[in-house]
Design a protein around this ligand. Structure first.
Ligand SMILES: [Zn+2]
Length: 170
């Protein structure tokens, strides 16, 4: 068995503050436009906005996701601009120690109904078109998991819903 740093969860999921990759779905409170730093304006339309990121710093993926779910006025990432105008709907996480965010961006981009609402959103440091996708109708975790597995060269991550009901909206 691999050694782990820090406390271990009772469900065997590894360190409480372990790193991982997430998808956060945000629903705008109302249509409109929001300025995203120097990147430009993001058009807010009805639907669900899926943001992909990872947390491998202090506190791991949980700390990062908690910050997004709680919201607040601080603006550090592109997604903070969107968060101020929207409400969280659902979040999916893997504790896979490999950084999966770019594969997951490709997986989301390939799902039916995915739009890229603002090129470069969340992808300043990589070659993805964006780490943000808009869906008229939020995809299911099952459909996304299959798409993510195809991107992962036969080493699929275990992905769990950690926020939201899983019920499709919109
Ligand atoms: Zn990327």
């Amino acid at each position: 068995m691999d050694a782990v740093d820090g406390p271990v969860r009772e469900d065997g999921e590894g360190p409480v503050d372990g790193g991982g990759t997430y998808v956060l779905f945000l629903r705008p409170r109302s249509p409109g436009r929001v300025r995203v730093g120097s990147l430009g304006a993001l058009e807010l339309r009805p639907g669900s906005y899926a943001y992909v990121g990872s947390g491998f710093g202090p506190g791991g993926v949980e700390a990062r996701l908690r910050r997004h779910l709680e919201g607040g006025d601080a603006v550090h990432w592109h997604v903070d601009y969107l968060r101020r105008r929207s409400e969280p709907e659902e979040a999916w996480v893997t504790r896979d120690p490999e950084r999966r965010e770019h594969e997951w961006a490709a997986a989301l981009a390939g799902l039916a109904g995915a739009d890229v609402p603002l090129t470069g959103f969340g992808s300043s440091d990589c070659s993805c078109a964006a780490h943000l996708f808009r869906f008229g109708r939020r995809p299911t975790l099952e459909r996304f998991s299959r798409a993510a597995a195809r991107q992962a060269d036969g080493e699929p991550s275990r992905i769990r819903r950690v926020y939201g009901s899983g019920r499709a909206t919109g």
